[in-house]
Design a binder for this molecule. Structure first.
Ligand code: 6R9
Length: 700
């Protein structure tokens, strides 16, 4: 990378966030990638300009097959609950399955890779998917008594029965609400109650990290929790990990629990007509990943959502039907819904589903899968990239796979980690898209279009076509591009992928996402309702956005608002460091100062020397103002099941505050280890702590 320029330190006001991160050089896509890309027409940005809004999105809607055309592209009459393609009717399952049968019935729709390596992968063709979805839809309708508009909760791990279940629901217009399989029975029960589901669909067991996990046990807890909250579950449908054989010691509850594989026999060979649904009918609910507070059920639409997932899959993911596409996210998150199931299948792609963890049994597993299946599009998150880099920095070289395209999603990626992804995982051949978006947004907000723009490590890139961001400071002033300061990134306009409301709580939807910068609460004009993402961001002169993380993750040191992410990024440039997390700790003089938590690469020496080295690096990269109060070397970071570092937990430990519920974390045990390291063996009495720290680092 050449032409590195340093953004001048600017004198930012209190309402702004200072940015000290260096600008990185740009890397163009290879001619070979450009030659085969789906989108090479620079005119697309003009077509999707605000002058052509909202009709420009017809281009995405036209990727779908409609039973009835729409009359109104964007209906704003219930602002800010936007409705797209009103009057139009379509079926999401038909669009992802039936319509591909003519050309692709014998092509892989899903390729399932079980975690145990001695279990062969299986291929589900479009024809096979069609049969399975129809039979299960018949079961949902005739056995479970479900119909369009009903909600059903799914609590399923990474098994092919999960997309089969989602698509069967979509076929009938049933609103599915998949709860990430790694979530507890308690978390699932709360979501069942919130969504008002009377049917729970689950799996008896699944493999993860070398263990066969009893998943059915969660269903019993979930039903109990939901019942207490006033929502009884009448039926629990249990898919078996190995059909015909129970893999869970948890008994079935007579009259409530049914083994899907048994009941399915009554529906063998049945076909169910796809129900044409209004475009604005909810397709699914996706609860946001916060570990505290009442979860928010984001309601996604049928027509707008599917059009947006398909359009962005085609142009940002560059999926062609002949590609082998592997997104390693879990289908239980929005990434899996949009970019494992709905987007790719709408395009007749072959989508890989992997049951296990990418570093089990060793750091080569992911690359063996890529080699065996000849995957050419790969999609994962920075947390996984860091983990793979930590566990086996040279592993990818040992395998003969070739990616044309790679994605990073979910968090800002440090330029250093980006470079490893590009050089080692991508072997210098693959383009990278850094896709910035949220559960709420249904699809991408910012990313390069890979054949049209160069990559810039650490930057998500410009807004994708049809998305028009604006960065406001705390007082609502627009921060111009290239000014070197950051603010709250908002989107000026609605787009078809955006959620329609929070299930059952419109007021919270308006309050959380629109109240801050709304120009007129009675207005029916979308221009008065910028969408608040809740993220801090900076726009460079070239229009690329750098996302600094949740605005709540900003630390105010003596009046300087520092993005935690850039401190973390500076720490990561120290060789020994594998992961870093920064949290604010109360300081009498400066108000807040950063506390730094780092985990080291295997074999690295965790002595005082490395702590000093990190502090020195932060001082040179950012300045003395950012000097951490402590540097704690920890065995691992507390993480959510989706791999996001729970800075809230670390902040509570640093400030001797109540740690709260950590049971839904991926690694709850590490929390106590860290607490002992920071506070000593005897548990200190929790302090009340200041208000801003209570919400620090909270997701959603
Ligand atoms: C898709 C997904 C949303 C939050 C979002 C932001 C962070 C996502 C990012 C990114 C920097 C990226 N985020 N993608 N930050 N660069 N490319 O992750 O949805 O789980 O709802 O999280 O994740 O802070 O607001 P979700």
């Amino acid at each position: 990378m050449s032409d590195k320029t340093v953004v001048e330190d600017t004198d930012a006001s209190e309402a702004q966030i200072e940015v000290h991160w260096k600008e990185e050089g740009k890397i163009p896509p290879s001619p070979a990638f450009v030659a085969q890309a789906n989108m090479t027409d620079t005119g697309i940005y003009e077509r999707f300009s605000l002058d052509n809004f909202p009709d420009c999105f017809k281009e995405y809607a036209d990727l779908l097959t409609w039973d009835q055309g729409w009359e109104t592209t964007l209906d704003t009459s219930d602002a800010p609950c936007w409705k797209w393609f009103v009057g139009g009717k379509l079926n999401a399952c038909f669009n992802c399955v039936d319509r591909h049968l003519d050309r692709y019935k014998n092509k892989a729709a899903l390729i399932y890779v079980p975690e145990p390596e001695d279990e062969a992968h299986s291929v589900i063709t479009y024809q096979e998917l069609y049969v399975r979805v129809n039979e299960f839809a018949a079961l949902l309708r005739d056995f479970a008594g479900l119909k369009a508009g009903d909600r059903v909760t799914l609590h399923m791990p990474m098994v092919p029965e999960l997309p089969v279940t989602m698509l069967a629901c979509a076929r009938l217009g049933i609103i599915h609400s998949e709860v990430f399989g790694g979530f507890s029975g308690q978390a699932c029960g709360e979501r069942i109650a919130d969504s008002g589901s009377s049917v729970l669909i689950t799996t008896d067991a699944y493999h993860r990290g070398g263990k066969l996990i009893d998943h059915k046990a969660n269903a019993d807890i979930a039903c109990e929790v939901s019942e207490k909250a006033g929502q009884a579950v009448d039926k629990v449908l249990v898919w078996q990990r190995y059909p015909g054989k129970s893999s869970s010691p948890t008994p079935m509850v007579e009259g409530r629990d049914f083994i899907v594989n048994d009941v399915l026999k009554d529906h063998a060979g049945q076909r169910v007509e796809p129900v044409p649904m209004p475009a604005e009918a909810p397709l699914f609910l996706m609860y946001t990943s916060g570990t505290t507070g009442q979860p928010k059920g984001c309601e996604h639409s049928t027509g707008g959502y599917l059009a947006y997932a398909a359009g962005t899959s085609k142009y940002v993911q560059d999926i062609h039907p002949e590609d082998v596409y592997w997104c390693m996210a879990d289908i239980g998150w929005i990434t899996g819904h949009s970019y494992i199931v709905y987007g790719p299948l709408a395009l007749a792609a072959s989508s890989v589903i992997f049951e296990g963890v990418p570093t089990y049994p060793d750091a080569g597993r992911a690359w063996r899968i890529a080699e065996r299946l000849d995957v050419n599009i790969f999609h994962t998150a920075p947390t996984t990239i860091r983990m793979l880099r930590k566990a086996g920095p040279d592993e990818p070289k040992k395998y003969d796979y070739h990616f044309k395209h790679m994605t990073t999603v979910g968090e800002p990626i440090e330029p250093l980690v980006w470079q490893w992804y590009y050089d080692v995982v991508g072997k210098g051949e693959a383009v990278i898209v850094d896709t910035y978006w949220q559960t709420e947004t249904g699809g991408f907000l910012c990313s390069t279009l890979p054949a049209l723009q160069s990559m810039k490590p650490g930057s998500a890139g410009p807004a994708v076509p049809g998305i028009h961001p604006v960065i406001y400071d705390e007082d609502g002033n627009e921060i111009p591009p290239g000014s070197g300061v950051a603010g709250n990134i908002c989107i000026r306009n609605p787009w078809p992928g955006g959620f329609q409301t929070i299930w059952g709580d419109r007021e919270r939807y308006v309050e959380t996402y629109y109240a801050k910068y709304c120009k007129d609460k009675n207005s029916k004009d979308w221009r008065d309702w910028p969408y608040l993402t809740g993220d801090g961001a900076m726009e460079a002169e070239d229009g690329y956005f750098r996302i600094l993380g949740r605005i709540d993750d900003v630390i105010n040191v003596a009046g300087h608002r520092l993005g935690t992410k850039e401190l973390e990024s500076a720490s990561l440039t120290v060789d020994e460091v594998a992961e870093a997390a920064v949290v604010p700790v109360v300081d009498e003089i400066k108000g807040r100062v950063p506390d730094l938590y780092v985990s080291l690469k295997p074999g690295a020496d965790g002595g005082e020397a490395v702590q000093k080295k990190i502090v020195a690096r932060i001082e040179t990269e950012i300045g003395k103002i950012a000097r951490p109060k402590h540097v704690y070397i920890v065995p691992d970071m507390p993480k959510t099941r989706s791999g996001k570092i729970m800075r809230r937990v670390l902040a509570a430990i640093s400030n001797t505050m109540d740690i709260g519920d950590v049971t839904t974390l991926a690694n709850p045990d590490v929390v106590e280890e860290i607490r002992v390291l920071v506070q000593g063996k005897d548990k200190l009495a929790a302090k009340e702590g200041p208000e801003d720290l209570k919400t620090f680092g909270e997701e959603g």
